[in-house]
Design a protein around this ligand. Structure first.
Ligand SMILES: [Zn+2]
Length: 350
């Protein structure tokens, strides 16, 4: 099937196309099959081709009709005419089977469009309730139809299907204010921060649930560990996290944030909201990796707190200083008595 004539229109409505697809009609494409849009008809023909190992091309397409012929051979009698029936409905009114040689068809490499693959996996993702992996899609097409597709085609198909189910990622940003309002209404005492730039585009987010803030202030040790990690996907950005430890030595989530990059501005914005949420308890210790922007933000927003670098990151920095340093560092870091700490450090500094 040749998408060149219709690809532009399909790109504009890719999500809508697949959302309206009716797989039950796709399986039995025949004369008098009807589809609720022209795009869905084209998807159906693509899926029909994929399952049969055939290729067709569009030779004419306008507002009222679309004609397909065989792409394997000019002499083949394959003929598919579909036309608009009003109200967005499109119907197949002529379908003549291939007369070209099956050997000829098998010799041609089948190229499958990601939108067709997305239509193929559509219902199964919903039924399974989990996201299918691109490599699984590739394996299934080889197993079921003997068709090999590239990883990026499978990935685009999977992402199209994700958009059908969950909507576009870009649109989700528009829902943030309403979501955050509902979150605060349902969790009184929750602290929310949302910042946009001069063009009203998303910049920073901060969320500390009331169920996290209150226990920290009244029941947990005044130790906060912060870190940032890169978000994957189209919009990327950084996820900021702040956690404490509960009485069972388990990680206790305090707050999360999202920002564009890990720099002074983003960390300061996050830390200023963290201070609003958790205050600055007496003897507060803030621990992180050795990122200089975190150190700057702690100094600015928690001026009375002690700032420390976590054991793991500091160990990586000093273990090249000589034999036995790592062991001595471990003993000093895990000394529970001042006298033990002093003894280890004295040995170290000899
Ligand atoms: Zn043919």
């Amino acid at each position: 099937m040749d998408f060149t004539e219709t690809e532009r229109a399909m790109d504009a409505s890719a999500s809508l196309v697949a959302r309206e697809s009716d797989p039950s009609r796709v399986d039995d494409l025949q004369k008098n099959s009807f589809y609720n849009s022209k795009e869905n008809l084209i998807i159906a023909v693509g899926l029909w081709n994929m399952k049969r190992g055939t290729k067709t091309k569009v030779i004419r397409s306008d507002l009222g009709c679309v004609y397909f012929t065989c792409k394997h051979s000019d002499k083949c009698k394959f003929d598919l005419h579909a036309s608009s029936h009003g109200g967005g409905m499109w119907g197949v009114h002529k379908l003549k089977e291939h007369s070209c040689q099956a050997d000829l068809r098998r010799a041609k490499k089948i190229k499958t469009h990601s939108k067709v693959v997305a239509a193929y996996v559509a219902n199964r993702i919903r039924d399974d309730g989990e996201v299918i992996k691109p490599k699984s899609i590739m394996a299934e097409l080889v197993r079921d139809f003997g068709i090999k597709i590239k990883y990026d085609v499978a990935l685009r198909a999977r992402n199209l299907e994700m958009e059908m189910i969950y909507g576009r990622v870009d649109d989700s940003f528009l829902l943030l204010p309403r979501y955050l309002y509902a979150l605060r209404e349902a969790n009184p005492g929750t602290l929310i921060g949302l910042e946009v730039d001069v063009d009203c585009r998303f910049k920073h987010l901060f969320v500390a649930l009331a169920a996290s803030i209150s226990p920290f202030y009244f029941h947990l040790r005044p130790v906060i560990v912060v870190d940032g990690t890169h978000l994957k996907g189209k919009n990327s950005g950084i996820l900021f996290v702040a956690v404490a430890k509960d009485g069972n030595e388990a990680v206790f989530p305090l707050a999360i944030g999202v920002g564009p990059i890990e720099n002074d501005e983003s960390w300061k914005w996050f830390m200023s909201h963290l201070r609003q949420a958790c205050g600055e308890p007496e003897n507060l210790l803030v621990v992180s990796d050795a990122h200089v922007s975190i150190a700057n933000a702690v100094k600015s927003e928690f001026p009375n707190a002690t700032y420390g670098i976590c054991y793991y990151h500091l160990l990586n920095k000093i273990k090249g200083y000589g034999p036995g340093v790592a062991e001595l560092f471990y003993q000093a870091a895990y000394a529970y008595k001042q006298s033990d700490y002093t003894r280890v450090m004295s040995t170290w500094l000899l």
